[in-house]
Design a binder for this molecule. Structure first.
Ligand code: B12
Ligand code: SF4
Length: 601
């Protein structure tokens, strides 16, 4: 509830009268829904059974559920993602796509009939879940047209008008940005009208109206522990992935996700965090986080967490406090930072990494993106080459932590020489593995506008089907598989593009092959010269996971796993891997051409 006087403008008048016209009585019951995180027809059953899809807890909805209950509303969460994947595992994969659709529709129907919500709140974090979300809204209105349907989350906030227009007739309002306060304001306004509504948009006669004023949570309001209702968070690890370090976690670890800080100090041009969370970082108290961890351990037996944070190392004093309290709490939990840490924050304060390790850190990503200073500057990266080159020596002192780097190629006008700089930097930075991604223009980012201007992305479209965009594939390796399965290319198409003219700017299509080449040069080729035992043990563990769980019939990972095994003195196991590599190679022209071009015999 805001103390400031209410600024009545046209949008405010129109939105408030729509609220009044749509809801006559009071509201009490709110159902919060997490959609399926991948469309049913895109689910690959084998990948699902290998637990390779991300199954996170409905963290945002847990927070909102907790806030609603504290304010005497009756609320609950329906997580259709968990429901569908639980069904898929229960049936051991013997299930058709249409059964998955039936499952979520049926669960939705049952929940609505039993819970009888006045309002349903749909969460849509990812642009790729846009259609799923609209589909659910449509289904709810079919079941009961009187239910008010709200949509919220990152994608809804970044592409609000688009969501409302696509969901017209099904989504009544978009409640944008962080909604801990604004949801209460909205409900309070319906019930008492004393409240000021904010962060809300709607369509009236197909015209878009928006109240831009924000009431974001801060101070005590962010010290909230999620309430997952009846959802059994302990089962998540049995259904899919949480974080990216499964192979390096202690055996039988049970994972979930936790958020300690909201926002990020930086403003990278490809990232939507600044637009979404606003400037700066708001920090939960260390005691709240410790209480959350204790609760997760006691109630669900959780012993591993992945941070949802975008800037976990923000404010070194508060970060020390958190890590030290975690260590002292003797909860014996491990953790990873799968979203990435800011490299400069680590190298200027090496002791933070030591404290992180003592508090349970076993895996960390660093957001490096490029090895070219000009590009790093143009995308406003908060670190530079001088930081990246100190990362390896720092992190090598902490071999318990598996280190990974995020890299990107395909920046506007990025040429081959700049891509080569990224390859060189990654090799020198000596992290344990790198994920190379193709730049994806996200709505509401600076780079999106730049790419629209350069004709590389379409304005006011979701760019879901872009040739080279990664956003909508599960993993790059999966994209490669799709290319192979579609057999779109002649083998001769794959050439060593990296040796072409340095100033050449590759096309979006060529970036697919460049992704493969960069991945090979950065991650695989250096294995020939690697003799450090700690590094070889990490590579063994990781390559084993890629070969046996993450990808199918992959001769490259098996070939290099053979090399690693031999270096570790495991000759017999090495030989078996080589045999597999040969077998897989024989049956795939796609891989044969790649092995030939790379000079692998
Ligand atoms: C954790 C995370 C992941 C996790 C999974 C998240 C999940 N399924 O829950 C993993 C690792 C799987 C992941 C993957 C990807 N991610 Co990600 N991820 C995040 C991250 C870091 C945190 C999200 C989070 O849980 N935050 C904490 C909660 C509390 O905040 P929240 O969700 O925003 O919730 C608040 C509001 O949104 C709102 N709200 C939320 N739901 C609702 C519902 C209602 C009804 C209302 C009223 C309000 C409301 O209120 C909440 C409380 O304040 C965000 C960054 C960020 N800061 O958002 C990126 C982010 C969401 N990811 C992003 C991207 C690009 C990706 C990938 C595409 C990366 C890639 N190239 O592979 C993939 C795609 C995943 C997929 N589905 O295929 C982008 C999304 C942009 C977009 N428009 O799609 C983000 C914003 C980061 C960025 N770079 O800009 N991601
Ligand atoms: S450092 Fe990471 S989270 Fe922060 S703005 Fe850059 S990409 Fe986004």
């Amino acid at each position: 509830m805001s103390a400031e006087p209410i600024a009545i403008d046209l949008d405010y008048k129109i939105i408030s009268s729509k609220i009044k016209s749509i809801k006559k009585g009071k509201v009490k019951k709110i159902l919060l829904i997490q959609p399926l995180q991948i469309a049913e027809d895109k689910i690959d059953i084998r990948i699902a059974l290998n637990k390779r899809y991300y199954i996170y807890p409905p963290y945002a909805l847990g927070i909102l559920n907790s806030v609603l209950k504290k304010n005497n509303y009756v609320s609950d969460i329906l997580d259709l993602n968990i429901d569908v994947f639980a069904e898929l595992h229960k049936k051991k994969g013997n299930i058709q796509k249409k059964d998955l659709t039936f499952k979520w529709k049926n669960n939705l129907k049952k929940k609505i009939e039993i819970f009888k919500p006045d309002i349903v709140g749909l969460s849509c974090t990812f642009t790729m879940n846009h259609e799923n979300t609209i589909e659910i809204a449509k289904e709810i209105k079919k079941l009961n047209n009187d239910i008010i349907v709200l949509a919220g989350g990152v994608h809804v906030s970044n592409a609000t008008e688009f969501v409302l227009k696509d969901g017209k007739n099904f989504i009544d309002f978009a409640l944008t940005y962080e909604a801990e306060n604004s949801l209460l304001d909205f409900l309070g306004y319906i019930n008492e009208e004393k409240y000021e509504i904010c962060q809300i948009s709607t369509l009236v006669n197909e015209k878009y109206y928006e109240i831009k004023k924000k009431n974001l949570p801060e101070g005590e309001n962010i010290n909230v522990i999620p309430d997952y209702g009846k959802i059994d968070i302990s089962k998540l690890t049995d259904l899919g992935e949480i974080g990216t370090f499964r192979y390096w976690r202690p055996k039988n670890s049970r994972g979930t996700a936790v958020l300690a800080k909201k926002g990020c100090r930086a403003r990278c041009s490809f990232c939507s965090v600044r637009n979404f969370n606003g400037k700066g970082v708001r920090v939960k108290s260390a005691d709240t986080v410790i209480n959350e961890l204790k609760h997760l351990k006691d109630k669900y037996g959780i012993n591993h967490i992945t941070w949802l944070d975008d800037d976990l190392l923000f404010d070194k004093e508060l970060t020390y406090e958190l890590f030290n309290k975690m260590e002292k709490s003797k909860l014996n939990m491990t953790w990873d930072a799968s979203n990435g840490l800011i490299a400069s924050a680590a190298v200027v304060e090496p002791e933070l990494i030591a404290a992180a390790e003592r508090s349970g850190c076993i895996g960390a990503y660093f957001g490096l993106e490029s090895g070219n200073d000009k590009i790093l500057k143009s995308i406003h990266k908060p670190s530079g080459l001088k930081h990246y080159l100190k990362l390896g020596p720092l992190m090598n002192k902490h071999p318990k932590i598996f280190t990974r780097g995020f890299l990107m190629i395909g920046f506007p006008d990025e040429n081959l020489s700049q891509i080569n700089d990224t390859i060189k930097m990654a090799i020198s930075a000596q992290l344990d593995w790198y994920t190379v991604q193709l730049l994806t223009p996200l709505p509401s980012t600076e780079i999106y506008d730049q790419m629209v201007a350069a004709g590389k992305a379409k304005k006011d479209e979701l760019n879901l089907d872009g040739e080279g965009f990664t956003m909508f594939s599960v993993r790059e390796s999966e994209r490669q598989r799709k290319i192979e399965e579609a057999d779109k290319r002649a083998n001769s198409d794959f050439i060593k593009l990296l040796n072409s003219k340095p100033e050449y700017v590759p096309s979006q299509k060529e970036l697919n092959d460049l992704w493969f080449l960069a991945d090979y040069e950065i991650n695989y080729k250096p294995i020939f010269k690697q003799n450090d035992i700690d590094k070889l043990l990490k590579l063994e563990c990781f390559l084993q996971d890629i070969s046996d769980r993450m990808t199918r019939d992959n001769p490259l990972s098996n070939y290099f796993l053979n090399i690693v095994k031999i270096k570790l003195g495991k000759k017999k196991e090495g030989k078996e891997r080589l045999k597999l590599a040969k077998e897989y190679l024989k049956k795939s022209n796609y891989w044969k051409s790649r092995f030939e071009t790379l000079g692998l015999n």
